[in-house]
Design a protein around this ligand. Structure first.
Ligand SMILES: NC(=O)c1ccc[n+]([C@@H]2O[C@H](COP(=O)([O-])OP(=O)(O)OC[C@H]3O[C@@H](n4cnc5c(N)ncnc54)[C@H](OP(=O)(O)O)[C@@H]3O)[C@@H](O)[C@H]2O)c1
Length: 282
């Protein structure tokens, strides 16, 4: 071994042993923390980031029954599962504290509650459901963002990504109006993320707000002509069958969003974006 190679190895070892923070930030794979990663888009984000070699902290409410996530954890040693209900503020704080020394490159606010359609319309408003939806989608997402901002600030990529929805765009709202609670929760969330983007700009943190598009997280495209269709999605399935509507698969949508997140610019921070990067109206 030449002297130069020996010196380089010693320098590298010194870096790893005496400056763990620096070593973690400069020498290892980036880290993503995802909420609601047991199914749907969150599960697909966990799968794709793990396949890309990222350190994945995949959180969900009930890890014991998260079979697909458990399979991913068995396949990828750099994917760890954490229990987290985002409405449990003490649990959010405890998880943030446990990972206090970890730099999180991408915080991915994915978890949300849609709720049944017929219980969130004028004349048949379930107020308990309204409160619950706001508690999860708006308050819970804000709490997670607040608790993990320091971890993101300590990272190299410094990105807070939140999945919004065109359902929360006032300008794009058409008749017949439905999903009042879900829509309102996302509109408020959009505003919060705009606020947060302004608040964190000087710390170099980018806040991405992305509408994933119409993603088939419920297997609607696979429903056969004689299969039962859930009431809430009868209209969607009718449009799908007539060819008027096309749903993206979770794999396609997440692939597109990961590319958008990777290239997110300061100009796109706090802007409401479609998964393909197009700007959407508020
Ligand atoms: N799919 C679409 O077409 C579409 C369109 C626009 C926007 N989005 C947005 O994209 C995101 C993902 O959508 P999706 O279709 O994948 O949703 P989904 O299939 O309904 O999954 C929602 C996820 O959020 C979790 N969750 C719900 N309440 C939670 C809580 N209190 N704490 C932690 N996790 C909780 C669920 O966990 P449990 O399994 O424990 O309930 C589940 O993992 C959401 O923010 C949604 O609003 C989706």
């Amino acid at each position: 071994m030449t002297t130069i190679v020996r010196t380089l190895i010693i320098l590298l070892l010194c870096l790893l042993t005496t400056a763990p923070g620096l070593a973690r930030d400069t020498l290892t794979a980036p880290t993503v923390l995802i909420t609601g990663s047991n199914r749907g888009i969150g599960l697909e984000f966990a799968r794709q980031y793990a396949a890309l070699g990222w350190q994945v902290i995949a959180t969900c409410r009930t890890p014991d029954s998260a079979d697909q996530l458990q399979d991913l954890a068995a396949q990828y040693p750099h994917l760890s599962i954490e229990q987290l209900d985002i409405t449990d503020h003490a649990a959010v704080d405890a998880l943030a504290e446990r990972y206090a020394d970890l730099a999180i490159d991408v915080l991915l606010n994915n978890a949300a509650l849609l709720g049944p359609r017929d219980k969130q319309v004028l004349g048949n408003m379930d107020y308990e459901l309204l409160r619950r939806i706001l508690e999860v989608n708006t308050v819970g997402t804000l709490k997670v963002t607040d608790a993990f901002t320091a971890h993101v600030a300590a990272s190299r990529q410094k990105k807070i990504i939140t999945l919004g929805s065109r359902a929360g765009s006032i300008q794009m709202l058409n008749s017949p109006p439905d999903f009042y609670a879900y829509r309102a929760s996302k509109t408020a969330l959009h505003l919060l993320m705009k606020n947060i983007s302004l608040a964190l700009a000087e710390r170099g943190i980018l806040v991405g707000l992305i509408n994933p598009g119409l993603v088939d997280t419920r297997g609607l495209a696979q429903i056969g002509p004689d299969d039962p269709v859930p009431d809430d999605f009868k209209g969607v399935v009718r449009l799908l069958r007539s060819g008027v509507l096309k749903l993206t698969s979770p794999a396609e949508a997440v692939d597109q969003m990961i590319a958008l997140i990777a290239n997110l610019s300061a100009e796109q921070s706090g802007v409401f974006l479609d998964a393909d990067g197009q700007v959407l109206p508020w």
